[in-house]
Design a binder for this molecule. Structure first.
Ligand code: ATP
Ligand code: MG
Length: 138
């Protein structure tokens, strides 16, 4: 598996979310995703970046293009915030510990092909998502 275009954006303030979203949009277009998938990826990235900012107190968004039998985009959202106590609950549509709609996490999972959440209370959270191109590239 070859990895191309590794990029990262530190999420410190709200403007950084916009910057990350723009970079991820460009990366997704570069991979060859169509407009619908680009929008799905950017929407998921926007929600997960917002969680890093709001709940994690800031962190890092990293993405990379995956080239192998399949071509895809992987994005990781990490923070060293409070962590998530109950992952099942956090993934439930409508659950929020704050003032949200509780739709960010379940929405991101639905929009992407893969989503892995690693979290430890008092240590932090990393959410990794992937989207694959459906066709084999030549
Ligand atoms: N990075 C994180 N660190 C700590 N807790 C998190 C993190 N991301 C999500 N959570 C927890 O998971 C819950 C669900 O997240 P989700 O994004 O689904 O909803 P929300 O952010 O509360 O609302 P919405 O995204 O709809 O505005 C959050 O309310 C929060 O308790
Ligand atoms: Mg959210």
């Amino acid at each position: 598996m070859t990895i191309l275009d590794v990029a990262e954006i530190a999420i410190v303030n709200e403007q950084d979310i916009v910057v990350a979203r723009k970079g991820i949009r460009e990366a997704a277009v570069g991979v060859g995703f169509g407009l619908t998938d680009v929008t799905r990826i950017v929407t998921a990235a926007s929600e997960l970046s917002r969680n890093v900012y709001i709940y994690g107190g800031g962190g890092l968004v990293t993405w990379r293009v995956l080239l192998g039998d399949r071509r895809g985009l992987e994005i990781a959202f990490s923070d060293d915030g409070p962590g998530i106590e109950d992952l099942d609950k956090a993934m439930q549509p409508g659950y929020t510990s704050g003032r949200g709609m509780g739709m960010g996490m379940p929405g991101a999972k639905r929009l992407m092909d893969e989503m892995v959440v690693e979290s430890a209370v008092g240590v932090g959270t990393t959410v990794t998502v992937r989207k694959w191109l459906l066709h084999r590239y030549e």
